[in-house]
Design a protein. Structure first.
Length: 290
């Protein structure tokens, strides 16, 4: 059964189909053709559809018709069998779409990345060399503006660097990612947030919790975006509704008494709750003292 870490990585590429192409171009420095649309398509490679002939994800880049396809494989350990089925994925998809195909392997372990990056000899003059992104190759996203423009990249960065030796830096990357995802719909927001906290080492998790959130005073992405939206529909009332929705997405249904407390809160109090809910383990911790 796929692990939470595997599924978390995969969800990033499903939710933002252009992410794979952008990483291949901007991080790995490889060329891809211009395209108008990127979409997830069928990842099955055999009529019988056994598990080993189903890739994690296939993304089709197109301009009216397919111009390139990217097979995304999230690989958390070195599995010898993969080096035999990956060429089958590429050749089958090449025949199906009649366009060039790239294989992108994403991993949370640099040793696995080195293993995956070795060329695969198919026989004769033929070989397959995957594009590989391990933690060392994934950029450290610490700029809040960049993170908000590309939340999936920010989350990928947090997953990759959550257990780095520099735990303060890891906590900063996680904090930037958590702020970037607040504006997303409830389902990806909740999954991304849990994944980031799960990926953090204990020292980084403690460092994240200890950061002083109150000194930001409406300079955060959360405050700029969501409280501005709240003011447009009635200042505190709009902000309270947003906070209640995000708390419910994170912790489940909220009791009436808790809702009343949120509705009575000032904008400053609501901002503090919004900041705390990014890392709080419980609803009470997010709400803070009365």
């Amino acid at each position: 059964m796929p692990s939470q870490l595997h599924e978390s990585h995969l969800l990033l590429f499903q939710n933002q189909p252009t992410l794979a192409a952008n990483l291949i171009r901007n991080v790995l420095g490889a060329e891809l053709p211009s395209f108008r649309e990127a979409r997830v398509v069928s990842a099955d490679f055999a009529d019988m559809k056994p598990t080993e002939y189903r890739a994690d994800l296939v993304i089709e880049l197109s301009v009216d018709k397919p111009v390139h396809a990217i097979i995304v494989e999230v690989q958390l350990s070195a599995i010898k069998r993969k080096r035999f089925v990956w060429p089958a994925y590429v050749s089958t998809l090449h025949a199906r779409l009649e366009c060039p195909v790239s294989l992108l392997v994403v991993t949370a372990d640099d040793a696995v990345a080195r293993w995956a990056a070795k060329p695969i000899s198919i026989g004769g003059l033929h070989q397959l060399t995957p594009y590989v992104l391990g933690p060392s190759a994934i950029p450290e996203v610490t700029d809040q503006v960049q993170a908000c423009k590309n939340p999936e990249l920010a989350v990928l960065s947090a997953l990759a660097h959550g257990r780095d030796a520099n735990f303060v830096r890891a906590a900063q990357i996680a904090r930037v990612a958590l702020k970037a995802i607040v504006g997303l719909d409830a389902d990806p927001w909740s999954v991304y947030g849990d994944s980031i906290n799960f990926a953090l080492g204990e020292a980084a998790r403690l460092a994240l919790k200890s950061m002083d959130i109150r000194k930001y005073e409406y300079k955060t992405q959360f405050a700029r975006h969501h409280f501005a939206r709240g003011q447009a529909v009635g200042e505190a009332h709009g902000c309270a509704a947003l906070i209640a929705r995000q708390l419910s997405a994170r912790f489940g249904p909220i009791e009436a008494a808790m809702n009343e407390r949120i509705e009575r809160a000032t904008l400053t109090e609501l901002e503090a709750i919004g900041e705390r809910l990014l890392t709080a383990a419980t609803l009470q911790e997010a709400l803070g003292p009365e």
